[in-house]
Design a protein around this ligand. Structure first.
Ligand SMILES: [Zn+2]
Length: 507
């Protein structure tokens, strides 16, 4: 052992950098994987490969710091401490360091931050600080710290691994410590840039003809139309909202298959012929706002930069647990939003628009419904995308739909005796292994047919019987998701020069 450390003192820079990377990988990066469900050898292999790739990518930072012993002595401990913070919170709360968290760090006062500091964290940080000081001392006593071919070769390889893995796998390494800090900062700048764009206000001249109305728009996540019982699926996945007399629309077409592209099209006047409108104009939310509706956005997803400007149009905004990624292994339930939704419904204003943005059927499915409500079993244990577990995959997925059914039914129970409307539209569908595709953002047909339904209260139906009739007549018609902008205005009896009646479900 002593011999090893004496050797280490004499090694070239490449040996030292490699050694620091290995220590860093073991004591810091390992903590990032504690929440990953491991069912079989393939799951374990995936975690180990990811850990190795992340460690290899971290080498580029560590070797650059090691280049100069003075720089190394200041920045290596800083690098270790910052990384340790990130990995500890990931281990403790399954948190990822993202732009939403970064924003709240800026906004949070010191007292709130201190609440997160535990005895365990202090001990861990002390160990990390001591380790980094020890590593700095080794670098100082390094007698032959010359550069060689190996140093540059590994540096370039590290850079290459980092870039190619991120390009292939949706920035998977960028979202982990140590790179997540930079990634979060980059996203925050992107958000601010998006928000600084001046959008055309299209609310001028719009008139609301009703005095009292509650409009709730539920934007679902990755819920396929053909997994809904009312649309012919063999399982009755949405019995509660069906019992409420909701009208289901099985033939909705979504141009886009991922949230960031799909939401701007749903919320604005943009359509398949002109997507650019979503970059230039405000959404229907400002029209409601201008017509005297109190507007709220209650989200269970971290706002993406493409639709954050529309969230900002709301008078009231609530984002549930922004520290948890949509892919989180920790439970993140839509029902967390219910108390807030109830408060907004009970608010003083007589006219209300409440947009609810669900986590819905987003992967990892098991995190988005309580274990006690596993209607379909067996469910997924690991995170393998293979036909071998297709039954479990579909069971877990269908359980998320059952939970959405419970969630929406709960919302309806709070507005059923009022003049009210609820429109549910998922942002896109989901692949279930068809043609080897899984999840979404694959631009395939399975992901282009999102679930959609509308519920109207008895009071609303008696006030607008013709809209209810039209809804039933239009039920099997094919609509694109751009119907939402026009339907939201139409159902709320708002007249605007931007309302295209033939695109409304109620016309
Ligand atoms: Zn989505």
């Amino acid at each position: 052992m002593i011999e090893f450390f004496q050797k280490l003192r004499k090694t070239r820079l490449v040996g030292y950098s490699l050694f620091v990377t290995i220590v860093y990988a073991i004591v810091i990066l390992t903590l990032l994987y504690t929440h990953f469900p491991i069912n079989d050898k393939i799951d374990l292999a995936k975690v180990v490969i990811h850990w190795v790739l992340l460690s290899a990518s971290s080498y580029m930072i560590i070797s650059v710091l090691a280049f100069n012993k003075y720089i190394n002595s200041i920045l290596l401990p800083v690098f270790f401490i910052l990384s340790a913070f990130g990995s500890y919170f990931s281990y403790q709360f399954d948190m990822i360091f993202n732009e939403a968290l970064l924003e709240s760090v800026f906004e949070t006062n010191i007292h709130e931050s201190l609440d997160l500091v535990s005895f365990e964290l202090i001990v861990y940080l002390l160990v990390i600080i001591s380790l980094s000081i020890w590593l700095v001392r080794i670098r100082f006593s390094n007698s032959s710290s010359g550069l060689n071919f190996g140093y540059f070769f590994l540096l370039l390889s590290s850079f290459f691994i980092f870039n190619s893995v991120n390009a292939k796998r949706n920035n998977t390494l960028f979202q982990k410590v140590p790179f997540s800090y930079y990634h979060a900062y980059q996203n925050l700048l992107e958000n601010e840039e998006e928000l600084s764009v001046v959008r055309k206000d299209i609310s001028q001249g719009a008139v609301s003809n009703s005095d009292s109305l509650i409009v709730i728009i539920v934007i679902g996540e990755a819920q396929r139309s053909d997994h809904v019982g009312a649309n012919g699926y063999y399982r009755n996945t949405m019995p509660l909202v069906e019992k409420r007399g909701s009208i289901f629309f099985p033939n909705i077409y979504s141009e886009w298959t991922h949230t960031n592209k799909s939401l701007p099209l749903i919320l604005t006047r943009a359509d398949s012929t002109d997507y650019s409108i979503s970059y230039k104009e405000k959404s229907f939310i400002s029209i409601f706002d201008n017509c005297g509706f109190s507007t709220s956005w209650l989200g269970n997803q971290i706002p993406g930069s493409t639709y954050k400007p529309f969230i900002e149009e709301n008078k009231y905004i609530y984002i549930n647990r922004p520290e948890l990624s949509v892919y989180s292994n920790t439970k993140k339930l839509d029902t967390d939003l219910l108390p807030i939704i109830e408060k907004r419904i009970e608010g003083l204003s007589s006219k209300k628009l409440i947009v609810v943005h669900q986590i819905g059927s987003h992967w990892w499915y098991n995190s988005h419904y309580p274990d006690t409500l596993s209607f379909y079993k067996p469910t997924l244990v690991g995170k393998n995308f293979t036909d071998k577990y297709i039954k479990e995959y579909i069971n877990s997925y269908d359980n998320t739909i059952r939970y959405t059914d419970i969630f929406v039914d709960n919302i309806i129970s709070k507005i059923q005796n009022k003049n009210s409307v609820l429109i549910y539209l998922s942002d896109h569908g989901e692949s279930m292994g068809e043609n080897g595709k899984w999840l979404h953002a694959n631009e395939v047909d399975e992901e282009r047919n999102p679930a959609c339904f509308v519920w109207l209260s008895d009071e609303y139906k008696s006030q607008f019987p013709e809209k209810f009739e039209k809804l039933k007549v239009n039920r099997l018609k094919r609509f694109r998701t751009d119907f939402l902008f026009h339907s939201a205005l139409d159902v709320s009896d708002i007249s605007s020069e931007y309302l295209v009646e033939k695109l409304s479900l109620f016309w």
